[in-house]
Design a binder for this molecule. Structure first.
Ligand code: ATP
Ligand code: MG
Length: 439
């Protein structure tokens, strides 16, 4: 049909070309060149758009010399527009190809500086280009799904989304890990947690959540800490520890089951079998901190009641398990000032950390909150802080004070477990760590 003027078809996507009835259709595609080679007067180009990638072939005699040569010189990540016919081709990825009648060059591009076997540091410097990799693109699609599923779940559970501040006047989790900055001559703190503000929003709404960045000036470099991360925090009135944990496990199971249904192909490519996500079963096992210490001692760890559970200890507790684990009732001294003392053992708090399977470590931190004003004030003082700087928070215990509980979930920790990434930085497009805040 070369030379016959056709009405230009609307832009098609790669997924349209792969549709069952597409063979024989004329399509117009736009996308980025993943690779290109020519041999014997035929050009083979792998074209990518937001729905996938596809082989385009073009014959020199169909395109004409000038158009063929300009298409041949398009760099990796250059952009082209192709008009052509969909054909079956067993050898092509996806079993289809587009035979081009015309190729227009939108951006020929400069030589793309990313290729195999470059150092991790170099790749982090080039992160603005590396985010196009298939691996990261899959992770961020899954991350977007996770955020959507979480919001859907919270909406069904009648938990209201609210928008707490990021700029704050006190550190919520203690000063050592707070980023400070000059706020018109006073000290400002970047939010480490929205929890105190969520508690303030409880009285009218009873069930609230926030999905915001949290900032932690974590000096240690670990594969599970970022200095900026997305934090889902939920606060529920009238809820005790059992109901809180039931809520968390229901939410966790919902997310992993849905992701397994939606993203099987991407998960497999990332090294996670969807069946492992499907196999997550509620209720999750619960183990008290005291039993965790006994278990760890049995494994040869030199820990005793009062020891914090570090990475190695958390890892050991679920290493042999394909299921998550709640560790409950930590010593009060190890946890934040606002946690409620256990009625059964006042040395401990009504709190639980959710540890991921396979030795993954903490994904969620949760607790019931102290409602007694005197005890709460005492606990603030015990941290070394001046209760005067928590006046507004303490005030909440004076007006319509009800039992409540909540949790914080690190989105990147959840994404890291689901997508089986070795390092948390590969769960966020532009990771912030102690050694890097660019690009
Ligand atoms: P960890 O002991 O692993 O540092 P934490 O006890 O300091 O965690 P919380 O203060 O309970 O964590 O925060 C709630 C959740 O936020 C954690 O369960 C985790 O999923 C996530 N989180 C905490 N710190 C970070 C961080 N630096 N980077 C990414 N996620 C984090
Ligand atoms: Mg921490």
């Amino acid at each position: 049909m070369a030379g016959v003027p056709v009405t230009e078809p609307a832009r098609a996507l790669v997924r349209d070309v792969l549709a069952p009835d597409a063979v024989g259709r004329t399509v117009r595609l736009r996308g980025w060149v993943q690779r290109t080679r020519s041999s014997g007067g035929i050009l083979f180009t792998l074209l990518r758009d937001r729905t996938g990638s596809l082989q385009v072939t073009a014959r020199r005699d169909a395109l004409g010399d000038a158009a063929f040569e300009s298409a041949e010189h398009v760099q990796v990540e250059g952009v082209i527009e192709v008009t052509g016919t969909v054909a079956e081709d067993k050898r092509a990825p996806g079993g289809r190809e587009v035979r081009a009648a015309a190729i227009g060059v939108i951006d020929a591009g400069e030589p793309f500086p990313i290729f195999a076997d470059q150092t991790e540091e170099y790749r982090l410097d080039q992160r603005h280009l590396v985010v196009r990799s298939e691996e990261l693109a899959s992770v961020f699609r899954i991350k977007a799904d996770i955020l959507r599923i979480l919001r859907e779940f919270l909406d069904e559970e009648e938990v209201l989304e609210v928008t707490p501040p990021i700029i704050t006047g006190n550190p919520a989790e203690g000063g050592a890990e707070a980023f400070t900055f000059d706020y018109f001559g006073r000290t400002g703190y970047l939010s480490q947690s929205a929890q105190l503000y969520l508690e303030a929003m409880l009285a009218p709404h009873e069930r609230v959540y926030a999905l915001t960045p949290s900032f932690r000036a974590e000096k240690s470099r670990t594969p599970r800490h970022l200095t900026e991360y997305m934090h889902l925090e939920v606060e529920l009135a009238w809820v005790g520890l059992d109901e809180l944990l039931a809520f968390i496990e229901r939410m966790f199971a919902r997310v992993v089951h849905r992701i397994a249904e939606l993203r099987g192909k991407e998960l497999r490519a990332l090294g996670r079998e969807p069946a492992e996500l499907q196999g997550i079963q509620t209720p999750f096992r619960r183990m008290s901190y005291a039993d965790a210490i006994t278990t760890l001692q049995g494994q040869g760890f030199s820990v005793s009641w009062g020891s914090d559970l570090g990475t190695a200890e958390e890892r050991a507790l679920t290493l042999e398990s394909s299921q998550p684990l709640f560790v409950t009732h930590f010593p009060a001294e190890l946890k934040a000032f606002y946690m409620l003392r256990s009625p059964s053992d006042p040395r401990t708090v009504e709190a639980a950390d959710l540890l991921g399977p396979e030795g993954f470590g903490e994904i969620v931190g949760s607790s019931c909150r102290e409602t007694d004003l005197a005890r709460l004030t005492e606990r603030v003082r015990a941290t070394g802080a001046d209760p005067a700087s928590y006046t507004w928070y303490l005030d909440l215990r004076r007006h319509g004070n009800v039992p409540h509980a909540g949790f914080g979930l690190g989105i990147e920790r959840l994404v890291r477990w689901i997508t089986r990434r070795e390092h948390i930085r590969d769960t966020t497009p532009f990771p912030r760590t102690p050694s890097r805040h660019t690009p």
